[in-house]
Ligand binder design. Sequence first.
Ligand code: CA
Length: 437
Amino acid sequence: MTIEANDPRRETWIEVPLDSDFPIQNIPFGIIRTKTDKRPRVASRIGDKVIDLKRLFKEDFLSIKIPSGVYFSIDDFDTDSLNNMMRHGKEGTRALRDIISELFRKDGAIKNEELPHFKNLKDRLSSCLIDINEVEVLMPISIGDYTDFYSSEQHAFNVGCLFRDPENALLPNWKHIPVGYHGRSSSILPSGFNFKRPKGQKKPPTSSVPIFGETNLLDFELETAFFTYEGKPLGSSISTSEADEYIFGMALLNDWSARDIQGWEYVPLGPFLGKNFATHISCWIVTLDALEPFRTSGPEQSPEVQRYLEYTGDKHLDINLEVVIKPENGEENIVTRSNFKYMYWNMNQQLAHHTINGCNMRIGDCYGSGTISGPKEGEFGSMLEISWKGTKPFKMKDGSERKFINDYDTVIIRGFSEKDGVRIGFGEVKAKVLPSN
Ligand code: CA
């Protein structure tokens, strides 16, 4: 399948900085507002220019008839989440990406300036552009349900080694089931929203009784997230081959974890307050369509998986990932580099597993990949693994050390794919840890 908007030869008449995450082949979606117009609205982005899609709609550029017969309306763009727009499904968002790409590419519709509809085209299109510095980028999606998986083998192995035994690091179910749990969506936050170090119950090994206080073991988890369109009705399942049609796009996700709170509370029902105080996502949703050129094969799965988890074709994605710790007024330190292709279970398998019991997916539901650790040291996706439970502190450029995350540290995750001279990126997700009350 060819997606026109992905053509690597396409160039835009908008100036795009070298190494930008947002060339014309990306066309991500997000929600913005400005100082002069506080009303949130749907936008896209090329280089450092934000495209106001509400304005583009009002200028009559988005009156597209999708093959299914659905038209976009002002409610799809004059709104504070992408959910309305996502109602049109993959057909709709694909058509929208195509027309935006066509409008802003060199030698696109712009050459038809003699036609009445395209009169003063460039001026009218330019009036829809806003400099990124003048824009506040908001929470992109109204997330109903949030599920977090545990699908990186190296991460599961590392955690198994740290808390159990290297001989039996993976639990017996791990290679049969994409393990996951239901998280909380109310505390999923947009990049840049700082938060306080959480407090809770913990039981240090030195204490015979639990104590209460702020977490001493605050950690990040390097993850990606995907978001769904409307799924099937309750009682139906989405197969691995159907999954792509139900996935709108992806973001970077930091699944903050308080390891001491987590360690005391997780038996027997799993993560709770050690996880749900904050989860951050990057705010430009990169469509699965834009990531299609970066498909790659996954690891061989052995033992054989159940029939409903089998899949054909390349369903993994080559996305370079890195995590940075930046102390207050200090330099950035890259603490790990990993890649989304290292996942054992891919998104298609996760969605097939999630729905195999008939559980229904809805517009805007969010699915975390699970911590993405690569096979080598230097590629681990959490401080728990990087510092090997505090035994190997990370040395920072300023001479300090990190076993976990300090107050006033900013943690930044960045990610991008690159091929044929095209770089499709996510920007970043960042947040600063503030002291507890
Ligand atoms: Ca996680």
